[in-house]
Design a protein around this ligand. Structure first.
Ligand SMILES: Cc1cc2nc3c(=O)[nH]c(=O)nc-3n(C[C@H](O)[C@H](O)[C@H](O)COP(=O)(O)OP(=O)(O)OC[C@H]3O[C@@H](n4cnc5c(N)ncnc54)[C@H](O)[C@@H]3O)c2cc1C
Length: 278
């Protein structure tokens, strides 16, 4: 390893990243295993001591999750029920040790198809705040991850925070994940569902599926079919055809496309069933 920066301020962190040679390190739970070596190579900027990047806060327009916010921070945060899916995902990320070190921002920046945070944050309409010495910009999470291990981050940039707008922080939500075993497992399929039911009918529906495509997806056709449904009609509206048109599941070593499609439909039905029954 050439240089290990551990700045205390955001300004110093961005300064150390300027030039584009250094990599950001947060919890290192993805970064370190991916090196396949005993130590990280090249310059590294460890952001875990930067106070401005920590914590979950509510502002006038919504919720902010600083880039150094860990899964354990999410579990402990006082958040409305729309975020329950994110807490459920947090409790299923690896083990307690991984949840204590690993961050939400690291999960999205690593851009794995099996990143459990991504469907939840898509269903919460999250925006990604990106910074560099040149300034800041915001992009919707849906446009931030562009492929397997690919994001729109440019050299010298880092994620500063994730923002969830107030408009999406409504309703109740559920996250369900299927893996080859119950615990410490990479998802074969996972779903995040947020429903707002007003006067007996669904007024907002957000359904996102991960681990079935290169990048997790929202299912616009299914969401459209759910809006307006009475609570007792919702599960029946989850037709496989509607799901699969938007999902187009992939084959890989963990499961084939047909299995993934069946699993995703069943997980969505269960998640919606749990939400409308509770
Ligand atoms: C045993 C084990 C089990 C796991 N189980 C799960 C699981 O069940 N579900 C799941 O989704 N993941 C799982 N993971 C993966 C990992 O723990 C998560 O993706 C975690 O959220 C990554 O966060 P991190 O802070 O450790 O990221 P890091 O490893 O520090 O970084 C990951 C990548 O993102 C970049 N990065 C990090 N932060 C920023 C930033 N602010 N700006 C720009 N780039 C940044 C880094 O440069 C690196 O490329 C597991 C990992 C292990 C080792």
């Amino acid at each position: 390893m050439q240089a290990y920066h551990r700045p205390r301020t955001l300004q110093d962190a961005l300064g150390a990243l300027a030039g584009g040679a250094a990599r950001v390190a947060a919890g290192c739970t993805d970064l370190f295993p991916a090196t396949g070596a005993r130590e990280l190579t090249g310059p590294v900027v460890d952001i875990t001591r930067v106070e401005e990047l920590r914590g979950v806060t509510q502002g006038p327009d919504g919720w902010r999750f600083g880039a150094a916010t860990t899964w354990a921070d999410v579990i402990r945060a006082d958040l409305p029920p729309a975020f329950d899916m994110l807490k459920e995902a947090a409790r299923e990320v690896g083990s307690v040790q991984i949840q204590t070190a690993g961050t939400l921002a690291g999960n999205i920046c690593n851009a794995s198809p099996a990143a459990d945070g991504v469907p939840c944050l898509l269903a919460l309409e999250a925006e990604v705040e990106i910074g560099s010495v040149a300034g800041t910009r915001r992009v919707p999470l849906a446009g931030f991850i562009t492929g397997v291990r690919r994001t729109v981050l440019r050299p010298g940039e880092m994620v500063l925070a994730l923002h969830v707008p107030d408009a999406a922080a409504h309703g109740r939500s559920r996250f369900l994940k299927l893996g080859a075993r119950r615990y410490l497992v990479i998802s074969i399929a996972m779903v995040a569902v947020r429903l707002l039911v007003e006067e007996g009918r669904v007024s907002q529906a957000a359904v996102a599926v991960g681990a079935c495509s290169a990048v997790a997806r929202r299912l616009a056709r299914l969401e459209g079919a759910l809006v307006g449904a009475r609570a007792d009609e919702t599960v029946g509206r989850v037709e496989a055809g509607l799901v699969l048109q938007d999902l187009a599941p992939i084959d890989d070593i963990r499961a084939d496309a047909a299995y993934r499609g069946t699993a995703a439909v069943e997980l969505i039905r269960r998640a919606i069933g749990d939400l409308v029954r509770a």
